[in-house]
Design a protein around this ligand. Structure first.
Ligand SMILES: NC(=O)c1ccc[n+]([C@@H]2O[C@H](COP(=O)([O-])OP(=O)(O)OC[C@H]3O[C@@H](n4cnc5c(N)ncnc54)[C@H](OP(=O)(O)O)[C@@H]3O)[C@@H](O)[C@H]2O)c1
Length: 262
């Protein structure tokens, strides 16, 4: 039955404890900020302490309850410490938003096996490590939880120079599906991915020149009519972290502006 109370509160994440990785990046900082503005307690994590501290200081000045922890998500010990820090600081973990990522675009002919492994570690193995230790904590504390994993439009289509990245993100999509099978029915932990098209970041800024061929080519396959901005995805990141998304799990959510449909 639909109750007024459920409908009024279904998107609320107020008081929930969230870990956000890649929190120094374009999307991670947007998600951490959005969660914080909605009243969640947020632990921002990345490897660059200076950037983390700057963002946390800014959010604290806006009365957001937050803290930061320096960690490489591909390093098991770092992730264990990140979860421990979050529990020591806020008592539990309700939400994981994994928004870190790395790419080194190169043809398979030019890319070293070492660099391939670096991409796989940063984009795929790191998600497994985070999911494992956050799930352990969520199971121990009880009450379920939500995992929101940032994948990519490129997870389901190849691209020249992107063999490592596409493979890693394709792995993330299947990992999300398998994690849901492990974690949702038994422990109440929903696991989903957000799969965005190109959005504005330091690395993609060059694609936003409307005169450029790259931009024009994108638009031919983008029914939404523009490339993305980080704030375009915080609504979906909130839906998947909130009670409104309680029947959603194992999904790779199309946030491609229609790119997958066209
Ligand atoms: N921008 C796009 O067009 C686009 C499109 C589709 C999907 N995505 C995905 O969206 C997510 C966020 O992307 P973004 O554009 O917001 O990224 P960004 O602005 O380039 O920031 C990347 C973030 O990941 C961290 N990071 C960088 N290299 C890393 C590594 N080797 N290991 C672990 N962490 C690393 C960075 O923090 P530290 O260096 O401080 O650790 C930073 O917080 C990523 O998963 C990306 O693949 C991006």
């Amino acid at each position: 039955m639909v109750t007024k109370e459920f409908v009024k509160n279904m998107f609320s994440i107020e008081g929930k404890v969230a870990i956000v990785t890649g929190a120094t990046g374009a999307l991670g900082s947007a998600i951490a900020t959005a969660y914080g503005y909605q009243g969640a307690k947020v632990v921002l994590s990345a490897r660059n302490e200076k950037k983390l501290k700057e963002l946390v200081d800014k959010l604290k000045s806006e009365d957001v309850d937050c803290a930061y922890f320096v960690a490489d998500p591909a390093v098991e010990e770092d992730v264990k410490k990140l979860v421990r820090f979050t529990v020591d600081t806020y008592g539990r973990v309700d939400i994981l938003a994994a928004a870190h990522g790395f790419n080194a675009p190169k043809s398979v002919v030019d890319q070293s096996v070492e660099e391939w492994k670096k991409i796989m570690d940063a984009d795929c193995t790191s998600i497994y490590i985070l999911a494992k230790y956050v799930a352990e904590q969520m199971i121990a504390q009880g009450g379920g939880g939500k995992m929101v994993i940032v994948s990519s439009a490129r997870s389901k289509a190849g691209m020249a120079g992107y063999t490592g990245y596409c493979t890693a993100k394709g792995g993330v999509d299947l990992m999300v599906q398998s994690l849901a099978c492990d974690l949702t029915a038994k422990y109440g932990i929903n696991v989903n991915s957000i799969n965005p098209t190109v959005f504005r970041s330091d690395l993609t800024e060059w694609m936003f020149d409307p005169e450029s061929q790259v931009y024009q080519n994108f638009l031919k396959r983008l029914p939404i009519g523009r490339l993305g901005e980080p704030e375009d995805f915080v609504g979906l990141a909130t839906l998947l972290a909130s009670d409104a998304g309680r029947f959603l799990t194992g999904g790779n959510y199309d946030a491609t502006g229609g790119y997958w449909s066209c």
